[in-house]
Design a protein around this ligand. Structure first.
Ligand code: ACO
Length: 343
């Protein structure tokens, strides 16, 4: 249990939903341009050795200037719809989890709706940093479970390269751009999402934030040279809280589902740092081989991370029908969540 966090309330972990909701399609997209650790050696004082040993990252993908978060999201969404065999016009709800919206208004989800032609959907964004995808899945699940809609497209998409301070070696080596998507529908025979746990700790907001560009510190001509619209992170503090919070989220979601770590066939964690993933594997007592890790190729893609990993795992046949999967994420806010799903 993270220090300063609240005790989980039963109200946060509803035991049963009116109808089961499952994933019927997955998709992902990463930009073409590869930024390798060696390329970063030319920007800041760092090395491939340092980055790989401390994070597990070898390279990440960076979007072009004219490739926005909505474009990444729409590409992932089209692939998810294709894999589900569902037309865009059948989608009732689009939720985009992002901290790098194209614009503050309108929501990136509305731009995605237009790009993919989902003319019958309602669309909105969720901001929960790297945990956004799991928050969005849980929100969409409730719409479907409660029969408010039938088909939801949940997309995690971030162009973190637009928030990175490329002179700060503490952060610029960590992040990449991309998008991951799932299509959710009611399941005919139960299964699907078995449990989900979400929590936040706003007392720790300062350890991972973008200070400027919002209503607190708007960017003006007077402060434009202060780099205030870039990501600031206390790496050590973030690391420490990430492990504690993610382990807590996993055990709570597993308890709610009536399962033990040993019942899980594949863990799909937020891809921030391989050492965080190893620490979670250790605390859950689940072998590292059961964790799907693509961090070395894509880096930390923020809200896109779990969606990209899930799509890769699905297409690589790492997961089979009936498998119990555990998703776990952690991000700025602080926010954290875990979801147990029967495939
Ligand atoms: N290359 C070389 N040296 C570096 C680099 C770099 N890229 N970055 C930092 N260093 C140096 C530091 O300056 C420090 O030097 P010093 O001892 O002379 O002061 C030294 O390396 C050690 O720094 P630490 O911060 O202690 O390194 P650590 O082992 O903690 O690794 C890291 C840093 C990788 C950032 C780690 O703390 C981490 O992964 N934290 C979690 C980050 C994370 O998960 N963020 C995403 C959250 S999700 C979201 O919402 C965006």
């Amino acid at each position: 249990m993270p220090s300063g966090a609240h005790k989980p309330s039963p109200r946060l972990c509803p035991p049963a939903f009116p109808r089961a909701v499952g994933v019927v399609g997955t998709g992902s997209y990463v930009p073409e341009r590869v930024l390798a650790n060696a390329d970063l050696e030319a920007l800041v004082e760092t090395s491939d050795k340092w980055i790989f040993e401390r994070t597990g990252i070898r390279e990440r993908r960076i979007a072009k200037d004219d490739e926005f978060t909505s474009h990444l999201a729409a590409a992932a969404a089209r692939r998810a719809l294709e894999s589900a065999g569902i037309a865009a016009t059948e989608v009732d709800l689009i939720i985009v989890a992002t901290v790098t919206p194209d614009t503050l208004v309108p929501a990136t989800a509305c731009r995605v709706q237009s790009l993919i032609g989902a003319t019958n959907a309602n669309a909105f964004d969720i901001s929960a940093a790297c945990t956004g995808f799991l928050y969005a899945m849980q929100v969409a699940r409730q719409f479907i479970a409660n029969r408010i809609c039938g088909t939801a497209l949940v997309i995690g998409a971030d162009k973190l390269s637009s928030l990175v301070d490329w002179t700060d070696r503490n952060t610029c080596v960590l992040f990449g751009d991309g998008a991951g998507a799932v299509v959710l529908r009611p399941t005919e025979h139960g299964g699907g999402i078995l449990a989900s746990f979400m929590q936040s700790n706003g007392n720790l907001a300062e350890i991972l934030q973008v200070p400027g560009g919002g209503s607190a510190i708007p960017i003006t001509a007077a402060n434009a040279d202060q780099n205030l619209r870039t990501l600031r992170m206390n790496g050590r503090e973030t690391f420490k809280h990430a492990v504690t919070a993610m382990v807590h989220a996993c055990f709570t979601a597993l308890d709610t589902a009536g399962l033990k770590p040993g019942d899980i066939a594949c863990v799909i964690p937020h891809q921030a740092n391989v050492r965080i993933i190893e620490a979670i594997a250790d605390r859950l007592d689940v072998p590292l081989e059961k964790f799907f890790v693509n961090l070395s190729r894509v880096g930390n893609t923020s809200a896109a991370s779990i969606g990209i990993a899930l799509d890769e795992a699905n297409r690589a046949a790492r997961i089979r029908r009936g498998d119990r999967l555990l998703f776990v994420a952690f991000g700025g806010g602080l926010t954290y969540a875990a979801t147990v799903l029967e495939w």
